[in-house]
Design a protein around this ligand. Structure first.
Ligand code: NAP
Length: 552
């Protein structure tokens, strides 16, 4: 077997035997794929365990119509291989799910990484064994395996959450979460479709299917600020220009807080006249991607007045696009300003509501009472439906960790430790859970930037830390409680400055469908200092011999 063929660099157990693996990576998404490449390139005996039946993570699961990058495609791809950059042609500026999955498969095949992956392999529990410095993993099929290190590449948004309406199981037609959109073709022609939820996912799916279905009912509890994506094809000539610019593109991404090509406008909101500000916003509204969010004035993120002025600008844009003024008002958020929640990007989303076959059902006014065998009952009436789509979000950031029974030193449970929110060192390590390493974990900078950019820097740092362990003949690493406390306090403090702290968003741990994640009690989920500061911090810590981490 290829597994056996893999070199077995690593150290022996206290008992004199080797664990089955030196490193187990959980998850074969964007992070797991790159992590296993780095480890196996070093000759480490490592394997990826993936619960799904193939690789791709987010891009394997989310097959709903309209699923595509909100990141410029060429800033989303891996940067580690010049050959890969030179041979891959992104066909669209914001590439769609099928192409994205093809890309990840291409990477795995090109670097022969599938041999190191086991699919349909779900880790259900992990127990730390102190005497041998190993983790014992229990798999869903009842088997176990021992490993020195675990790298959790679980994804930030990989546990979908459904509403808790009475009668959901009684619906006679197909009904599913967008994450579980059927892999086989689903004919929507002439169908009466209900979509619950208007986050980034709902907005993509609604805009895509509105012209394909018979009738579309959108059940909206709260509207989201959203602005045009401006997608388009990338010609051969443009792709050649992008390839020639790759070094510059990745340098820019490394310099900007969000890990994109978009750099904040640092002129200062109040140094300009309202007309000058509007000039910038007119330009940004027509610029592709997250420019409107990330090339904007920085004050938008922490100054109520600045944010209100910009939100009013976007509200006017929505009013110009939606013919019925009553519907337009319903589509304009009133409880939060632009950009304090993750901004969904849209393609003709607002125009959808000008179509005769589309109806916006405001379930904040007329709540959903139950799902019936034939549709959805609100307090105002019954909506007959053939298909129900739940675009109702995820148990974000910590949800995937909570799903595994992770027991650290003295049997302490991670889910219990984090019951009121995570505490970590750098979003990478947790005190009491030795040799457990998180890729884009809670409170890491990798979780709050253009994901692949954050993931690459995370993987590289983690791999270097493990090399340090192996070079120094150590078998155990754990962050100190002090280092963890300091980092968590730092993360909390940054929330204090941001308007986002008040928002009902997964950035603050809000999810009405998850017990204990109601609005009002912030979970400090992400590092808001931006990618460059995070990477700088990581490098200082590495240079100091991994300060804050104890090795044994
Ligand atoms: P989300 O932003 O959490 O939105 C969930 C939506 O469902 C909200 O409109 C929410 O309403 C609604 N909802 C939840 N429970 C409900 C209930 N019981 N009854 C009625 N409505 C309910 O989730 P998402 O849209 O899946 O997006 C999550 C994240 O995934 C995004 O923020 C983004 O980071 C990522 N994403 C990325 C892309 C991309 O890069 N292209 C695309 C899609 C998603 P409330 O607002 O009232 O809670």
């Amino acid at each position: 077997m290829a597994d056996q063929a893999t070199a077995t660099k690593g150290t022996t157990l206290g008992t004199g035997t080797r664990p089955d693996w030196e490193v187990v990576v959980i998850g074969a998404g964007v992070g797991g794929i790159y992590q296993i490449k780095r480890l196996t390139d070093l000759g480490i005996k490592a394997v990826v365990l993936e619960a799904a039946d193939d690789l791709g993570g987010t891009w394997y699961m989310n097959r709903y119509p309209g699923a595509r990058f909100d990141s410029e495609s060429y800033t989303y791809g891996y940067s580690f291989s010049r050959e890969l950059l030179d041979e891959w042609h992104w066909k669209e500026r914001f590439s769609g799910q099928p192409e994205n999955l093809r890309y990840l498969n291409h990477v795995a095949d090109k670097f022969d990484l599938r041999q190191h992956m086991r699919f349909n392999t779900k880790v259900v529990a992990m127990r730390w064994d102190e005497p041998t410095h190993t983790w014992e993993l229990s798999l869903e099929d009842g088997s176990t395996m021992a490993t020195r290190f675990v790298i959790a590449a679980l994804g930030l948004l990989s546990i979908p959450t459904y509403p808790r309406y009475e009668g959901m199981d009684s619906f006679q037609g197909p009904s599913f979460h967008t994450f579980h959109w059927p892999h086989e073709p689903l004919d929507l022609t002439g169908k009466r479709v209900g979509v619950v939820g208007t986050g980034a996912t709902g907005i993509q799916v609604i805009a895509d299917i509105a012209s394909k279905v018979g009738e579309l009912k959108v059940f909206q509890r709260r509207p989201n600020w959203s602005s045009p994506l401006h997608n388009g094809p990338i010609s051969d000539e443009e792709m050649a220009q992008i390839r020639a610019r790759y070094d510059e593109i990745f340098e820019t991404c490394a310099r900007t807080p969000g890990g994109f090509e978009h750099e904040p406008d640092r002129r200062g909101f109040y140094t300009l006249t309202p007309e000058e500000r509007k000039e910038l916003w007119d330009e940004l509204y027509e610029t592709p991607g997250f420019a409107i969010w990330l090339r904007n004035f920085r004050e938008i993120f922490f100054d109520e007045e600045a944010n209100a002025e910009f939100s009013a600008y976007v509200a006017d844009r929505i009013r110009q696009r939606v013919k019925d003024p009553v519907v337009a008002e319903k589509l304009i958020p009133k409880d939060h300003g632009f950009g304090v929640q993750r901004v969904p990007m849209e393609t003709h989303y607002f125009e959808v509501y000008n179509q005769d076959n589309v109806e916006l059902v405001d379930v904040s006014e007329t709540p959903i009472e139950r799902v019936t065998p034939t549709g959805i009952q609100t307090s105002a009436g019954h909506y007959d439906l053939d298909i129900i789509v739940y675009a109702t979000g995820f148990d974000a950031i910590t949800g995937a960790y909570d799903k595994i029974d992770i027991q650290g030193v003295n049997g302490e449970k991670l889910a219990q430790k984090w019951v009121d929110g995570p505490s970590t060192y750098l979003g990478i390590l947790v005190n009491g859970f030795p040799n457990f390493v998180m890729l884009a974990g809670p409170q890491s900078g990798s979780a709050s930037t253009n994901f692949p950019r954050g993931i690459e820097s995370g993987v590289n740092w983690i791999t270097s830390m493990l090399e340090y362990v192996w070079e120094h003949d150590k078998t155990r690493l754990e962050p100190t409680p002090e280092a963890q406390e300091e980092w968590t306090e730092h993360v909390k403090k940054m929330y204090g400055m941001m308007l986002m702290r008040k928002a009902k968003s997964w950035f603050t741990g809000y999810n009405s469908n998850v017990e204990g994640h109601e609005h009002g009690k912030i979970r400090y989920f992400v590092y808001n200092g931006g990618a460059p500061k995070f990477v700088q911090k990581l490098s200082e810590i590495a240079d100091a011999g991994y300060s804050g981490v104890e090795f044994d």
